[in-house]
Design a protein around this ligand. Sequence first.
Ligand SMILES: [Zn+2]
Length: 181
Amino acid sequence: MTDDGPGRGNPRGLHFITDLANTLQDDPEADAPTLQALLERHGGPPFRLTDTDARELRRAARHLTPILDTHDEDRAAEAINTLLDHHPAHPRLVRLPGRPWSLHTQAPPAAGLTHWLLSTCALALGLWLSERGTCAWGRCAAPGCDRFFIDTGRRTPQRYCTPRCATRVRVAAHRAQRADE
Ligand SMILES: [Zn+2]
């Protein structure tokens, strides 16, 4: 899994986690080609997922959703530490052709899929929590949308998954206000 690392404002490993959680929220039985495409979108290691692999990934991903759903730093830290206890990350610096050195966890087949997914994601969430000091992630507050997002803003906490949802809520509020006038 490629990640530009903490402090560079481009937490791609984290966006992989929310993309995975949102994909499985939309379709809890997301199949191998869907998950394969998701991995490739995020620069994941190029291995072919079988149906068994897809099932394993779907099951492992269930450990991540409760972390994305909490805003209690202590509980998030405890859950991340538990994942790291069970799935130690063993990160290494790797230099891919034409790219700067970047930190990677051991990829399949050397690591099992569950181990790879949970160690990579726990490390990314742990680095993000330690950098931000808060659970800088959440679920969209727009009506009819409960997609997960990573809060990369520096000022007020993010409430919506995308500018699109934020605009939708603003327009609806504006219309309601005008109807009252
Ligand atoms: Zn939304």
